[in-house]
Design a protein around this ligand. Structure first.
Ligand code: PMP
Length: 352
């Protein structure tokens, strides 16, 4: 730490991203990326001509991408915000809407607590039920910003939209942020509610179901007033927040919807297969509506299994929080990758 860091940041504990080994020698099942490439039309869009155009700034209004997203999801462009990964819109939302305090599940996406600390917001972390589900009543009538990942991470479990509607109704004067990063793998979206509740913000990402984690593209839906607030924050920090290439690739991605629906269906099938194999090996596997599984075995500590897998060239994600340290989060890869994963797990357990 330098002598110059402002006092309020000196104790800030930054978010720890999952490992991103650059040599690619691992089967990488640790950060919930897609195992599939972007659609061929998206890959083909990255031409030398487009790279040459990088000398020009990107469109700060992201007009084309917003129009395409609005068309696909049946809203108007004024209901759409686009960001540099969904982490950026989460950041802006905590900055903009958290001043009355913020409430989120104790076990959820680790960045929520970091953003709360970053902006010195009073944060209430609500325990999950013993079965790892979210008790929606705990979030009703809070009169603070509510943040819920639905489906939740790292559990993979979802709550029904009817329960989110109760949270929205009982917190009419606070923003309710529903993080739908994983919604395309079996979640129930509350997007249809944005016309009904002016306190709802739904965030999404191209990083998981749209095979574009490295492109850094997120988006959000809300009333036009909430979107205008987010734009104000964006224009006060980084107006060209999304680079030209990524904007273009995002537009091409929206046009290739069918390809991505197919890939999601494949991942859902591979997830079911992997869960069955793990259960046959004696694992407890939480019911996942995402592109990952959260699983534990009584035969081995979660951290030990993580290390043993890493030694065999397979990266999964382990969290040291004692409440979930027995578990590992395993991203769903291709059928071949998951067959290899299951084989290695089998060998590790058999060698004990
Ligand atoms: N929300 C949740 C629940 C996530 O797991 C992630 C991915 N780590 C994000 C948001 C952020 O994803 P990105 O910034 O790549 O859009």
């Amino acid at each position: 730490m330098s002598r110059f860091l402002a006092p309020q940041f000196q104790k800030l504990e930054a978010y720890t991203p999952g490992e991103q080994p650059q040599d690619m020698q691992y089967i990488k099942l640790n950060t919930n990326e897609s195992p599939y490439p972007p659609a061929p039309s998206v890959v083909a869009a990255m031409t030398a001509g487009e790279v040459e155009l990088l000398r020009l700034y990107s469109d700060p209004t992201a007009k084309n991408l917003k129009e395409k997203l609005a068309g696909l999801y049946g809203v108007t462009p004024e209901n759409v915000f686009v960001s540099n990964g969904s982490d950026e819109v989460l950041n802006f939302a905590f900055m903009a809407f958290g001043s009355k305090g913020v409430v989120f599940p104790e076990i959820s996406y680790g960045f929520y607590a970091v953003y709360a600390d970053l902006y010195a917001l009073e944060a209430e972390k609500i325990p999950l039920k013993p079965d790892f589900s979210i008790a929606y009543r705990d979030y009703c009538g809070k009169n603070k910003m509510v943040v819920i990942a639905n489906p939740n991470a790292p559990t993979g479990m979802r709550i029904p939209v009817s329960e989110i509607e109760e949270i929205l109704k009982t917190n009419p004067d606070s923003l309710v942020l529903i993080d739908e990063a994983y919604v395309d793998f079996g979640g129930e979206s509350c997007l249809p509610l944005i016309g009904k509740y002016d306190n709802l913000l739904v965030t999404r990402t191209f990083s998981k179901s749209r095979c574009l984690a490295g492109g850094r593209l997120g988006y959000a839906f809300a009333s036009s007033a909430i979107i205008a607030d987010l734009e104000k924050i964006k224009y006060s920090t980084n107006p060209y927040n999304i680079n030209r290439m990524t904007l273009l690739l995002g537009e091409k991605t929206v046009e290739a919807e069918e390809y991505y629906q197919e890939k999601c269906a494949e991942i859902i099938q591979t997830r079911a297969w992997t869960a069955r194999q793990l259960e046959e090996l004696g694992f407890t596997v939480l019911p996942s509506q995402t592109n990952f599984l959260f699983a534990k075995t009584d035969k081995m500590d979660g951290g030990e299994l993580y290390n043993a897998l890493k030694q065999q060239g397979i990266l999964v994600r382990h969290f040291s929080d004692p409440k979930i340290a027995q578990y590992n989060r395993i991203t769903i890869g291709t059928p071949e990758q998951m067959a290899r994963f299951v084989e290695i797990v089998h060998q590790i357990l058999a060698a004990m």
